[in-house]
Design a protein around this ligand. Structure first.
Ligand code: MG
Length: 160
């Protein structure tokens, strides 16, 4: 068993889509980034990569590489899953929290969990996706951005 932790944050800006957990959320602002800036998926990717001893998302998918411009982060998660599998690891479960002041994400959380579970080939009951506000405090509380935290448990035998 190996445990992994991931964190990510992205700035909110007008003129961008808001994609969280692979679900497009209707909102006047979206997240700024080289890819689709899916902060939740990036945190999950970092947790898996960290647990598998494979570094982080910036090392695997550099934001200077035009191949990753506006790419769906679900594609990155698929690649991360494959990298971990090649190393001998399968994800057992995921737990995660998105921190965002608005809009309310509760109606979209089950679809996010389904997306993640589908790619990781685990039942959606083994993927936790939660959402919180920052109670108006700090930069996230002021609506300047979104953050996400994720932990994962991997099972397997290291085959470097
Ligand atoms: Mg990111």
């Amino acid at each position: 068993m190996r445990i992994g932790f991931g964190y990510d944050s992205h700035r909110l800006t007008a003129g961008r889509r808001m994609v969280l957990g692979g679900v497009e959320i209707p909102n006047e602002k979206g997240l700024l980034g080289h890819s689709d800036a899916d902060v939740l998926i990036h945190a999950v990717c970092d947790a898996i990569l960290g647990a598998a001893g494979l570094g982080d998302i910036g090392r695997q998918f550099p934001d200077t590489d035009p191949a990753f411009r506006d790419i769906s982060s679900l594609v990155l998660l698929e690649r991360v899953q494959a990298l971990a599998a090649a190393r001998g690891y399968q994800v057992c479960n995921v737990d995660s929290t998105i921190v965002l002041e608005k809009p309310k994400l509760a109606p979209h959380l089950p679809a996010m969990a389904e997306n993640i579970a589908g790619i990781l080939r685990i039942p959606s009951g083994q993927v936790g996706v939660k959402a919180k506000t920052n109670e108006g405090m700090g930069l996230v509380g002021a609506g300047e951005g979104a953050a996400a935290f994720a932990v994962v448990l991997l099972e397997g035998e290291d085959t470097p």
